[in-house]
Design a protein around this ligand. Structure first.
Ligand SMILES: C[S@@+](CC[C@H](N)C(=O)[O-])C[C@H]1O[C@@H](n2cnc3c(N)ncnc32)[C@H](O)[C@@H]1O
Length: 345
């Protein structure tokens, strides 16, 4: 081994510094783990003042990397990150295999195990202590999109979704976290404007959002433009199911999914006028059959635990009359989900 006398870690100096057994033990420990001075003293079974004297010598010879965290300083052996062709790197490579031969090394490592176990217990205890207050002190983000972006990485990239009959954009908002491009379709310019307002904070780095005015039975979408689409609370507005479902099948890629939320048939007649509903809910079997006729496969129907709790409209077409007959606050209508897939070919 050729050691350079010109380097700051000149060989005779290094050998002199490392000829002390305590300093070698300290460096051996600090090559294994980053430790605070107190933790190192515990591992060595020595008073902190004695250890500090040795650390001063190691520091003077640039043999320690240090990191401050609050009131603590954490130490690491500089040899760990030394270039293998530097004097320190080569000397350490030569010495490291024999460190376990040091008589105290085994007991140092046992104490290191206990120190690290205590450190982990302290870290766990810290989070146990603050868990109840964490959402007040450590959970806020400027935009609140960072975690959603991380979650979106788990999905296939380049996904295009649509909210069909998007209304004011409730569903669209939650779809934005799941796709690269989102298309919101509604026949009403007023609804699209509301949806645009609800989604104005969704920036293109999250999802590109488009708003297209159009009819469900003549969708303003290209053939196979979508990987998936939601049609929530909209089919009961249609005079006929089949034309709209055939359109939905056309705009889905092979294998793409359509997800429908609908109301079970009900008797809240005031909803015709106050909420513009054409049908008072729809039979699940009617949607299922229409999907099959439109060529969808793997069609399933599931009840939903949620309930729809509509209020009489303040400016509904029938105004005071309908409000007088409508129940207040106690309508909770059962909902169900229907899902179908466009066939692969
Ligand atoms: C009850 S809202 C539901 C909105 C939204 N999907 C939701 O879950 O909150 C129904 C929406 O469907 C739209 N709509 C009704 N019939 C339509 C049609 N034939 N073509 C396109 N949009 C339609 C209405 O303009 C309205 O915005």
């Amino acid at each position: 081994m050729v050691l350079s006398y010109a380097s700051p870690h000149s060989a005779p100096t290094l050998l002199k510094v490392l000829s002390d057994a305590t300093r070698m033990r300290a460096l051996a420990l600090l090559a294994l783990e980053e430790l605070s001075v107190g933790e190192l003293a515990r591992c060595l079974g020595m008073a902190q003042s004695r250890v500090s004297n040795h650390l001063r010598v190691l520091r003077e010879h640039d043999l320690l990397d240090e990191r401050r965290a609050g009131t603590s300083t954490y130490l690491r052996s500089a040899a760990v990150n030394a270039r293998p062709d530097s004097s320190l790197g080569r000397l350490w490579l030569a010495l490291a295999p024999d460190l376990s031969e040091l008589p105290e090394h085994q007991s140092d490592r046992l104490r290191l195990g206990a120190v690290l176990a205590d450190r982990h217990a302290d870290e766990r205890a810290f989070f146990d202590r603050v868990a109840g207050d964490w959402d007040k002190v450590g959970a806020l983000f400027e935009k609140g999109t960072a975690r959603e972006r991380a979650a979106a990485q788990l999905l296939p990239q380049g996904i295009v979704l649509a909210d069909l009959g998007c209304g004011t954009g409730y569903v669209a908002r939650s779809l934005a976290g799941l796709c690269e491009r989102l298309i919101c379709v509604d026949r009403s310019a007023g609804m699209l404007e509301e949806a645009q307002g609800r989604m104005k904070d969704i920036t293109p780095d999250r999802a590109t959002v488009e708003f297209r005015q159009g009819e469900l039975d003549a969708l303003p979408l290209a053939d196979a433009e979508l990987d998936g689409a939601v049609a929530a609370m909209v089919l009961h507005h249609l005079p006929e199911l089949s034309p709209a479902l055939q359109e939905m099948r056309r705009v889905l890629k092979p294998g793409g999914t359509l997800s429908i939320v609908e109301l079970m048939p009900h008797h809240e007649a005031w909803m015709h006028q106050d909420l513009g509903d054409r049908h008072l809910g729809l039979e699940p079997a009617a949607i299922q059959q229409a999907l099959n006729r439109a060529g969808f496969v793997d069609v399933i129907v599931e009840p939903l635990e949620d309930r729809y709790c509509p209020q009489p409209g303040p400016d509904g077409p029938t105004g005071a009359e309908s409000r007088a007959t409508a129940p207040r606050g106690d309508v909770a209508l059962p909902l169900y989900l229907v899902r179908g897939r466009a066939p692969q070919s």
